[in-house]
Design a protein around this ligand. Structure first.
Ligand code: ADP
Ligand code: MG
Length: 353
């Protein structure tokens, strides 16, 4: 015969069991936290410092993280070898050289990223444009020779800009430029894409928690520790040692583009490395920096560059897009002002410093 346990004994047993389960959980949590080390490694890739970190709670996990990080660096280096315009033997440099003779056969990977860039050219009303290369070169020359481009030079470069002049044939796997003298530069998306590829490799190696930082293009995978998310600081645009705001992120990419990292001065004026493809001029200094938070680091990279060109208009575009948010820092006659897209306060824990 099964005898019913009186209610107060039942309660006592449940309470005792819960107590012991909680103590055991706390014990394992404290042990795991205490024994966890942050496996971290840096490499100079894509013209910047790339850092990958992953928490590991045991010797085996540490070894797995180290191996995975090595593989992720190898993948970033491979992506750089394909997309860099600074490498004359890259696939993009070969395309830029050979398209003068007609369509050039290339890989699905290159066609895929070029197509995504064209899609963002439309989404950003022309602000993001990988055909910006003739202008990039013109302004690089201006920097080297310390001489502003002439109107004729600007007009000539502007005549070779426009993503609509890229023609892709998916069946033949070819790319062609319909205007003579065009060239592409994927510098505004390659670092984000490389970051996404590195994250893919880490996941394939069984890594669930890591942070990849490709010179500002970041991805926060999982958690920093069982109790805390990754915290990412947005650097103060006018003081390198100060944090402007801080965000807690999980499985999200974050990227900041700004006028403060890469610029040159000519005749007393600052010129950014981001160019407005519609005017031919480097962007002005009213948008000091733009930060994008998105699922995909390539999207964050493209939109961060675009927001610097678009300013407040960019914020409107972001508000109309799914799963992406933005923070811009504007310069209002010397006073820095932070503006954010509609989702920022609702979705993220943001601490203004
Ligand atoms: P960083 O990561 O160095 O801040 P960005 O991601 O903002 O740089 O990309 C800047 C690079 O993108 C430039 O060096 C140039 O190669 C390219 N670029 C500049 N202007 C544009 C533009 N309007 N659209 C697309 N690419 C651009
Ligand atoms: Mg970018």
């Amino acid at each position: 015969m099964i005898r019913a346990i009186p209610m107060n004994i039942k309660k006592f047993l449940i309470l005792t069991a819960s107590f012991f389960i909680s103590v055991a959980a706390l014990f394992f949590f404290v042990r795991a936290t205490r024994d966890t080390v942050m496996v971290s490694s840096t490499r100079f890739l894509m013209g910047t410092v790339v850092e990958i970190k992953s928490p590991a709670a045991s010797v085996e996990e540490r070894k797995r993280a180290q191996d995975a990080i090595e593989k992720a660096f190898k993948e970033i280096s491979r992506v750089e070898g394909v997309f860099s315009t600074f490498k004359i033997d890259s696939e993009i440099s070969r395309i830029n050289r050979e398209t003068v003779n007609g369509p050039v056969k290339t890989t699905d990977e290159v066609l895929g990223l070029v197509e995504r860039s064209i899609e963002f050219n439309k989404k950003t009303e022309g602000a993001f444009d990988i055909t910006v290369k003739p202008l990039v070169e013109l302004w690089r020359h201006a920097r080297a020779s310390q001489r502003l481009p002439t109107d004729v030079e600007l007009k000539s470069a502007l005549g070779r800009i426009g993503s609509k002049h890229i023609s892709i044939n998916r069946a033949d796997k070819t790319i062609e430029f319909t205007i003579y003298g065009m060239a592409i530069d994927l510098g505004g998306v390659a670092k984000g894409y490389a970051t996404s590829q590195a994250v893919r490799v880490l996941k394939e190696c069984g890594i669930q928690n890591a942070i990849v930082n490709s010179g500002g293009d970041m991805y926060c995978l999982g958690m920093r520790s069982p109790a805390s998310q990754w915290r990412v600081g947005i650097q103060h645009p006018r003081n390198k040692n100060k944090i402007f705001a801080e965000l807690k992120l999980k499985d999200m990419a974050i990227d900041t583009s700004g006028d403060y990292e890469k610029f040159f001065t000519l005749e007393g004026k600052r010129y950014s490395h981001i160019i407005d493809p519609r005017t031919g001029y480097p962007i002005g200094d009213d948008t000091v920096s733009s930060t994008i938070i998105a699922k995909d680091p390539a999207v964050a990279d493209m939109m961060a560059t675009s927001m610097c060109v678009l300013g407040l208009k960019g914020l409107k575009i972001v508000n109309g897009m799914d799963g992406i948010d933005a923070i811009i820092i504007k310069n209002n006659n010397g006073v820095l002002e932070m503006l954010a897209s509609a989702g920022i306060e609702r979705k993220y824990d943001i601490v203004k410093k």
